[in-house]
Structure formats: structure tokens, C-alpha cells
Design a binder for this molecule. Structure first.
Ligand code: ZN
Length: 445
């Protein structure tokens, strides 16, 4: 049975049902592969190039905010760019080469050009002894220093009697911080926010997985009519979200629901971290969506993590949760070179996209209806409603859905209330709404 257009969220239901998860997984992974080589940081050309590639797929407004601009309690930092870096031995061989991995240089490293003994160089070298083949990812955004990250095996091959030629060809100067956003207007001004950070270099799950899912979600939602306005933010972590909030207080008031997307491509089960409010509509929706999908984890809010720290700060207190698979810091590959193209999986990425789309479908469809024959049960058989039950497999109307919708549609309870109380799938309730509306028994409140 096709849902009629008089049921909110119906177009997104059709979109979700027509989604080819295998093809979508390939698309999501391929986008990560394209973005992977770029050396991103919280400012600079890596973010610009990333936004340029995203902007080739979805309409993107890009803003440049000058160094020194005060933003909430912070200041936009200097812009950092890097063109080359290496450590050479006496023979002129690059024993560490930025061109082999952009993780080799601590992000925001000041420029340096020196000859140093190993003893002098050693405080600037970082490795992971427990994972001797992985390069750690380190940053030094707000304290001017420099350093190299390398595998522990590389570190062990350094020669104490050697004089090393060290070069970081970077610049740290007054420039700009770059923000990207894609807005899809809806019939209502109220907004749903999707936010992801674009400040990590060659790391896949932490950073690029969220970016890739957000881009495909924006592309899909641009194809359907929408009740809500959808805003996708592609911003550097922390300082980018703070800058966006500082410049958009007038928009913030319109945000009703939101999700931060981070670490959404590994093979772990989906994890949802509640908003600060804990029982906001987005929290209830994600609980239902994940329950319908099988194994998952739901965690309470904490002021640690990604940009929910800013969106859920008490002065904004937005209803923004976090969708992940394995949360940040809970997988050993986190912030290392092992968070690579092999670590993220097309099936997991597509499953996350499906979760987002199902959540959007519920948000769009979650309206309250009024039973127009509220005294006693209306006679369903006379109206042909029983005849549409059974025998049609998945799309069959269930008597339970009809009766729950009729009983609770008193203008005060919305479909989410009914889904929670009845434990029936949201889509079944939508089908019941469609049938009851067509029979003249139900109207939007
Ligand atoms: Zn990170």
C-alpha cells in the first residue's frame, strides 16, 4: 500500500524504502577515499579543499572568519598551512616524510628548520609503543610548538650518534577560519541540525565518516518536500562550532532537533548519546529507531566528546544528540593511522545513513491527529478498513495500529507518543493514519 500524500513524512518513507544500501555504502566509502589524502586542520587550505569537494555535490555556503574575531569566549586563531615536512639523516634520506602521511606532523606545528642530535630531537617525537606500526595523531592548536608523530618502529631505528636535519615548512599567520553549511528550506522555519567536524587530516572514522554520511543525507533530503528546514554544518571541531554559534544566535532559536555525526563508519553497533535534556524528541526518536534495528547502545549525555559540548552548553541547551558506532576513544585505532580506509565499512556507513533517514522520517511524521468519531469505537468494517488487514505481508494494516491511533488521537498525543505506548512500528502507525484519514475518521490537529 502506498501512503497518500496527506500523511506527514510520507515522501521520506518512500525514499528510505527505495534506498539501495549496497550502492549507498559504496558511494559513502568512495567519498571518504577522495577526502582522505587532504591535510585538514582547524583552519587552512585543507578545510577549504574539503568544502570545495563537498560543495561540488551539495549546495554549500562557505564563510571565512578572520583571525582575531572574538567568538563567544574564544578568538578565531591564526591560520595554519603546511606544504612539506621531513626528518633527514646525514645521507639526505627522508626517514620521516610528510608526503608519506600527513599524520607525521603535529597539527599546527610552528615552522622549523634545524639540525639536531637525537637527544635534542627526542622531546619532539611521539609514537605508540603498544602499536609499533601505527602513527599517532596529535594537535597543538593553542600552544605554539612543533613535533613529529611516527611509528614506534621508526623511532627505534633512529641513531643516537646521528645529526638529523629537521624541517617543517608551515605557516601560522593571520588568515581565516572556514565554515561550510548546506541549508534545505522546509515548509516550516523550525530546523533540524546535522553537524560534523572537518578538521582531522587522514583519519576515516573520526571525521570523514560523519562528513560522508551528512553529504549523502543532504543530497537525499534535497529531493523531497520537507516540513522542517534542514541545516548541515561542516565545521572545524570546537572552534568551528563555537564560531558558528556566535554568528548565528538568530538561527539557533529555530533549531528543534539535531544530531552530531561522528565515528559512524566502523563495524561496531550503533551508539546514541542523548542530548543534555535527555528526553527530547530527538532522544525518543533515536531510541525507537535503534530499537527497531537490533543491537545498539544508548548513553547518557556528558559534556565530553564532539560539538554537542557546544550545542548543549547551558546557554544554548539545544536538543542535539550524537550518533556514532563505536564512540570516540573506545576503539584502539582512534586518533591513529589505523583509523584508515580499511577501518570504515560501506555497510556500516549505509546503515548509519539509514538510521538518520529513519529518524528524519519520524521527526517529519510526528504530528498529532484528532479522532473525528471519538465516542466509542467507530465501526471499521463498514468503512472497509478491516478488509485492508492481513494477507499483504509487511504493508498490511494491523487492527492494533488502527485502534491505537484512534484511541490516542485526542489532539494532544502525537505519533511518537503512540509508537512508544503501543510498541508498534512507526511506519505501521503512519499507514493507519493514512487509512483513517481517507475514511474521514481522522484529521490533523
Ligand atoms: Zn578526533
Amino acid at each position: 500500500m502506498t501512503l497518500p500524500a496527506n500523511v506527514a513524512g510520507v515522501e521520506i518513507t518512500a525514499l528510505r524504502q527505495s534506498l539501495d544500501l549496497h550502492a549507498t555504502g559504496l558511494e559513502l566509502h568512495e567519498r571518504i577515499r577522495r577526502l582522505y589524502p587532504i591535510c585538514r586542520s582547524i583552519t587552512g587550505n585543507g578545510v577549504r579543499e574539503t568544502l570545495r569537494l563537498i560543495g561540488a555535490e551539495v549546495g554549500l555556503d562557505v564563510r571565512e572568519i578572520a583571525t582575531g574575531t572574538p567568538v563567544l569566549d574564544w578568538t578565531v586563531p591564526k591560520e595554519w598551512n603546511i606544504s612539506d615536512a621531513f626528518i633527514k639523516n646525514r645521507n639526505g634520506d627522508r626517514v620521516i616524510d610528510f608526503n608519506a602521511s600527513n599524520l607525521h606532523v603535529i597539527s599546527y606545528s610552528a615552522p622549523v628548520r634545524q639540525s639536531l642530535t637525537l637527544d635534542e630531537l627526542r622531546p619532539h617525537l611521539f609514537s605508540i609503543p603498544d602499536h609499533p606500526d601505527w602513527i599517532p595523531y596529535k594537535t597543538s592548536y593553542y600552544r605554539e610548538t612543533w613535533g613529529f608523530c611516527l611509528t614506534h618502529r621508526q623511532l627505534q631505528s633512529f641513531d643516537p650518534s646521528e645529526l638529523y636535519d629537521v624541517c617543517i615548512d608551515s605557516s601560522l599567520i593571520d588568515g581565516h577560519l572556514t565554515l561550510g553549511e548546506c541549508v534545505l528550506p522546509g515548509r516550516q522555519e523550525e530546523e533540524v541540525l546535522f553537524s560534523c567536524h572537518v578538521c582531522h587530516p587522514s583519519l576515516c572514522n573520526d571525521n570523514l565518516s560523519g562528513v560522508s554520511v551528512a553529504v549523502t543525507l543532504a543530497k537525499l533530503l534535497s529531493q523531497v518536500s520537507r516540513r522542517y528546514t534542514y541545516r548541515f554544518l561542516f565545521v572545524p571541531g570546537t572552534i568551528g562550532a563555537i564560531t558558528w554559534l556566535a554568528l548565528n544566535e538568530h538561527v539557533v532559536r529555530r533549531i528543534r532537533h539535531g544530531l552530531v555525526l561522528a565515528c559512524v563508519g566502523d563495524r561496531g553497533v550503533p551508539t546514541y548519546k542523548r542530548s543534555r535534556a535527555g528526553e527530547a524528541e530527538i532522544d525518543r526518536v533515536l531510541r525507537l529507531v535503534l530499537a527497531s534495528k537490533g543491537a545498539h547502545d544508548i548513553r547518557d549525555f556528558s559534556p565530553l566528546g564532539y560539538d554537542e559540548r557546544q550545542y548543549c552548553s547551558p546557554g544554548f541547551n539545544l536538543a542535539v544528540g550524537v550518533l556514532s558506532r563505536t564512540p570516540h576513544g573506545c576503539f584502539p585505532e582512534y586518533h591513529t593511522s589505523a583509523d584508515s580506509l580499511n577501518f570504515v565499512d560501506g555497510g556500516a556507513l549505509a546503515d548509519t545513513l539509514h538510521t538518520c533517514l529513519t529518524a528524519v522520517e519520524m521527526l517529519e511524521g510526528n504530528v498529532a491527529y484528532t479522532n473525528l468519531k471519538p465516542k466509542g469505537e467507530p465501526q471499521l468494517g463498514r468503512r472497509g478498513l478491516y478488509s485492508s488487514m492481513g494477507g499483504h505481508g509487511h504493508s498490511a494494516l494491523t487492527e492494533a495500529a488502527l485502534l491505537w491511533v484512534l484511541n490516542m488521537s485526542d489532539g494532544r498525543h502525537d505519533l511518537l507518543d503512540i509508537a512508544e505506548r503501543s510498541c508498534l512500528p512507526f511506519a505501521d502507525l503512519q499507514r493507519a493514519v493514512a487509512a483513517l484519514t481517507n475514511a474521514g475518521l481522522l484529521a490533523s490537529s
